[in-house]
Design a binder for this molecule. Sequence first.
Ligand code: AVI
Length: 326
Amino acid sequence: MSPILGAASPPDALVRDFANDVRRDLALTPKQIQSKYLYDALGSCLFEAISRLPWYRITRAEGKLLGRCSQDVVASLADPLTLIELGCGSGEKVAMLAEALSRRRRPASVHLIDISPTALELSERTLGRFEHVSVVGHRATYEEGLRRVAGQRSGNGAVLVLFLGSNIGNFDPPAAHEFLSEIRGSLRPGDGLLLGADLVKPEPALLAAYDDPLGVTAAFNKNLLARMNRELAADFDLAAFAHRAVWNREHSRVEMHLVSRRAQQVTIPKADCTVRFDAEEFIWTENSYKYAPEQIVAMGVAAGFRARQQWIEPDARFALTLFVAE
Ligand code: AVI
């Protein structure tokens, strides 16, 4: 059964962290809110809707590539294979690899790591149909989950970590390096990392993906304000802010902003602050980095991997890269 949006309040500790981060980051110049806060229950549904929009091509392009390369990926790593998916969504992507494994009729296990219980539940259901595959869900951050699975490891089979959907693009370059190094640190030589990353493409295509004509991405972004109203008793007037997507060519990233349409003051009682906005002042809510194929290889190599193969979807310009731990 799908959860009733907004029916359950988040645990107090999570609200406290949100309040502290909001107070600190809205005092910065420019004002900011971390993109992880886009994903409450409603935000996750809006992202799911974005992934079906014709202008947002990442999810479909990646699905196409997975359909093409899954057999080669699983065949290139030692049995019995353990798959670890970081951020499992609905489990459909890892299911394409599980399908390839199950065709080989070799036992394999899948570990799903996500902080969302709904995502874990959905993915476990999606994977339930594969006979030779055992599935374990971990409600944890990526780092905690990876450590947990690495600590329980036994036997000689390889591990393949899946970090898909261009989630790496939401990390700035130093954080991406740190995170890929952390993944590498939890692996042994011969293990793999399958990394999905979006490529640079013409600006109109990038802007249409992040400012779609149906306004779904605008709703996804503005839900951050609605979330502060719901969870922190803030009084943001949603109509007084506009969604904006900007292609920052110098840094090779699409930025999402929430722009104040007028000078205004907002109170956020549970974050214990009042925030003043000038007209046109914005809150910076997300970066989505876009890469050249060779930059993706270089990121993996810098973190201690060797690139074994790269598949590129030429229309949407998206890449899947299989790395092997050295
Ligand atoms: C989850 N992440 C990879 C998405 C992206 O493309 O950066 C989130 C998103 N933001 C706006 N549209 C989609």
